[in-house]
Design a protein around this ligand. Structure first.
Ligand code: PDD
Length: 281
C-alpha cells in the first residue's frame, strides 16, 4: 500500500517518522477518519473543518499540506484501489530535537502529516448492521476536551477490551449518570418515536456522521431531542444506535445485558442507515 508522509508518497514499509515526534511521545496529535464508498470520500468537508478546529484548539500550526489534503486523500484512494474503506489522517506537532513538555517553536518544528488507507470490502454491508451490537457501560474517565479529536485513544481502547471480555462489542461511557458517547462513536436512543442524543459540548466529539444523520432525520420529519440520557433510559428505550465514519449507523440491541426494545435492530436505526448510505453514494 502507498502511504503519505510529509509531502512524500511511499510504500508503507519505507515511511518513517522520528522517535522524537510529539505524537509518539506525548499523544500531541489530532486525526480524522474519512470513509470511502464506491471509491468516493464521504463527508470530506466536514472532516477537514473539524481537523482545522482541532488544530486551532490545540494551538497547533496548520501544516503546509493543509490545502492539498483533498488531493492527497483522492490520490491514495486511487493509487490503492479503495472502493470501500477509509482514509486515516494524522497531524502531530512534529519532532523537536529533544523531549520537552513545552511546545516546540512553530518556526523550527514542522507538523508531521501522515495519511494511509484501509481497505474494507463489505463496509456498507457489515453484518453488525443487520444483527446490531451489544454494549456495556463504563465510567468516562477521559480528559475534558473530547470535542478535540486527539490521538489519546488508550482509554477508548481499554473500553473496547472491557466490552470484548464480556462478550460485547463496544462500551458506552457514562459521566455524572449520563451517557457521553461510545468509545469511537456517538450514542443514541429512540423512545416513543423521538431520537435522543447528547447535546454538543466539550464532553463529546462532534461527530460528522452525527451531524448528517440528525439532518436526515429532521428532513424525514423525525423528532430529535439533543440532551443527555441515562443507561436506565437506554435499557427502557424502544431502540438504540451509534454513528461514526467507520460504522455509519449500527443498531444497538443490548445494553449491560438488557435487551433494548425487541432485542433486534429497530426501524428508526435501520431507516437512518438506509438514508445515510443512499445520500452518501
Ligand atoms: N471515531 N465519538 C468518538 C469518541 C469517536 O472516536 C468518533 C469517531 C465519533 C464519531 O465521529 P464521526 O462521525 O465524525 O466519525 C464519536 C473514528 C471513526 C475512529 O476513531 O476510528
Amino acid at each position: 500500500r502507498t502511504v503519505y508522509v510529509n509531502g512524500e508518497y511511499l510504500p508503507e514499509n519505507e515511511a518513517k517518522v522520528s522517535i522524537f515526534d510529539r505524537g509518539f511521545l506525548m499523544a500531541d496529535g489530532v486525526y480524522e477518519v474519512t470513509s470511502v464508498l464506491g471509491g468516493k470520500l464521504i463527508d470530506f468537508d466536514g472532516h477537514l473543518k473539524r481537523l482545522e478546529r482541532s488544530l486551532n484548539e490545540l494551538d497547533m500550526p496548520k501544516p503546509a499540506a493543509f490545502d492539498d489534503l483533498l488531493e492527497i486523500h483522492r490520490k491514495l484512494v486511487a493509487e490503492n484501489g479503495i472502493t470501500e474503506g477509509m482514509v486515516y489522517l494524522q497531524v502531530t506537532r512534529g519532532a523537536p530535537d529533544d523531549r520537552d513538555f513545552v511546545f516546540p517553536d512553530a518556526e523550527t518544528t514542522e507538523p508531521t502529516v501522515v495519511l494511509f488507507t484501509q481497505n474494507k470490502p463489505g463496509l456498507a454491508n457489515s453484518p453488525a448492521a443487520k444483527t446490531g451490537i451489544k454494549v456495556i457501560s463504563i465510567d468516562d474517565i477521559r480528559w475534558g476536551r473530547r470535542d478535540i479529536k486527539t490521538v489519546q485513544l488508550l482509554y477508548p481502547s481499554m473500553g473496547k477490551m472491557m466490552a470484548k471480555a464480556q462478550g460485547c462489542d463496544d462500551a458506552w461511557m457514562v459521566e455524572d449518570g449520563a451517557v457521553t458517547e461510545g468509545t469511537s462513536n456517538n450514542a443514541y436512543i429512540v423512545k416513543d418515536g423521538v431520537i435522543i442524543t447528547r447535546n454538543l459540548s466539550t464532553d463529546i466529539l462532534h461527530g460528522i456522521t452525527r451531524a448528517a444523520v440528525l439532518r436526515f432525520a429532521r428532513e424525514a420529519q423525525m423528532k430529535v431531542e439533543e440532551r443527555p440520557f441515562t443507561i436506565e433510559e437506554a435499557k427502557a428505550a424502544d431502540e438504540a444506535f451509534v454513528t461514526s465514519a467507520s460504522t455509519f449507523v449500527f443498531p444497538v440491541v443490548e445494553v449491560d445485558g438488557a435487551a433494548v426494545g425487541t432485542g433486534s435492530p429497530g426501524p428508526v436505526a435501520t431507516r437512518l442507515r438506509e438514508i445515510y448510505l443512499e445520500e452518501s453514494l
